[in-house]
Design a binder for this molecule. Structure first.
Ligand code: SF4
Ligand code: SF4
Length: 382
């Protein structure tokens, strides 16, 4: 496995602007990436210097059992006016969907990259089927699993983008007929793996992770599941995060699609929102820089959580949850949860306003004993 070189020690900011990009747009892009990385604004000059002057990062983007939404998300992660900046950051040497070449010529470009011995980043989008020798996904006559194993072994590091590449995603949902799994399952013992779950992965986070490496020459800090802390450390449910949280505290919850609460942006917990057990930064990094599911009136389905399809479905349905001990994991199988001020506040609101608000929000709270939370409202979804 290649080793990652040490960080460059450059803090000077004499910006050679990328061709055709205004200084204002360029600094806006760098400032947005700095914010996405949860770094102080003072780091923007260093990031700007790296984006403007560091050699472009060669990227090999493998698409396996996928729907291409992660590519779509990536390409729409910045204002189209500065979208070309992405390609000042990376050199997309192989991407089946975006490259002009097709068929044998496309496959030979991948062979050329691998034979060149150059450093490159491998991005994997989609799940990898292992059943029946991996024949359920073949590209150029080869199984996806054999391609992924070969390319990741030669890559500087690998980014699994989207929940399919992270742990199999929707393709791995029961009964998982193709034996779908993520990169970690297809490449046992892989190191230098960054997981960016989501369905799709947030394009801003894909860009930010690449820029982080370009700037610091090391991977961003990761959690135990290999997810960058800058994007997956915070639960979306809580004060200062979900914009509907104050309504929950006030006991105001949506009880039916299109009701007064729905029209007025109240909490969606009774409509099956899985925000209380979901860790992601989409409340800060909106899609198309415009909105996010909860902001648009849809409950969170917890698409960044492990095995989210099996664990969180049926979606849009409020359900009973059980909490166990202080060391238990959350109901979604996500990161271990601990009692926080947000939880305490939520529990108080739930118990002092109406029984109907004692819900999934409470389920994320850990207690010393096993507690079954009785459902009082069941949404049938739409
Ligand atoms: S994770 Fe979601 S968006 Fe990405 S390939 Fe799978 S189904 Fe598509
Ligand atoms: S339950 Fe969902 S909508 Fe309600 S506050 Fe939590 S994350 Fe927001």
């Amino acid at each position: 496995m290649p080793t990652i070189p040490p960080a460059e020690n450059s803090r000077t900011v004499d910006l050679p602007l990328p061709h055709g990009v205004s200084r204002r747009a360029f600094l806006g892009f760098c400032s947005a990436v700095t914010a996405a990385l949860a770094l102080p604004e003072a780091m923007t000059p260093r990031i700007a210097h790296a984006v403007a002057s560091a050699p472009r990062l060669p990227v090999v983007w493998l698409a396996t059992q996928d729907c291409t939404a992660d590519t779509e998300s990536f390409l729409r992660s910045v204002d189209p006016g500065v979208g070309s900046l992405l390609f000042d950051v990376i050199s997309l040497d192989y991407h089946e969907t975006l490259m002009a070449a097709a068929g044998a010529r496309a496959e030979s470009s991948l062979d050329d990259v691998l034979a060149s011995g150059q450093d490159f980043v491998c991005v994997v989008e989609g799940s990898i089927p292992l059943a029946d020798g991996g024949v359920h996904c073949t590209i150029g006559g080869r199984t996806a699993v054999s391609i992924v194993q070969e390319v990741t072994a030669k890559a500087l590091f690998t980014m699994a983008v989207g929940s399919c590449a992270t742990d199999g995603g929707i393709a791995a949902a029961r009964p998982n007929p193709t034996g779908a799994t993520g990169v970690a399952g297809a490449v046992p013992g892989i190191t230098n793996l960054v997981n960016l779950p989501g369905c799709p992965a947030n394009g801003v986070n894909i860009t930010a992770a690449l820029v982080y490496y370009l700037t610091f020459r090391e991977l961003p800090p990761l959690d135990a599941a290999g997810r960058p802390l800058f994007a997956y450390e915070q639960r979306i449910h809580g004060s200062g995060r979900c914009e509907r949280y104050p309504f929950l505290q006030a006991g105001q919850t949506v009880e039916a699609w299109g009701d007064e609460g729905h029209r007025n942006g109240w909490c969606l917990v009774h409509m099956g929102c899985r925000g209380p057990s979901t860790y992601a930064n989409c409340y800060q990094r909106n899609w198309n820089e415009t909105t996010w599911p909860i902001g648009a009136g849809a409950p969170c389905i917890g698409c960044t959580s492990p095995r989210f399809w099996d664990v969180n479905s049926p979606f849009y349905v409020y359900r009973q949850r059980t909490t166990t001990s202080a060391t238990s994991t959350s109901p979604s199988g996500d990161q271990p949860t601990t009692t926080s001020a947000d939880d305490a506040t939520t529990t108080t609101a739930a118990t002092t306003t109406a029984a109907t608000t004692t819900t999934a929000a409470t389920a994320a709270t850990t207690t010393a004993t096993t507690t079954t939370v009785p459902p009082t409202v069941t949404s049938t979804g739409s």
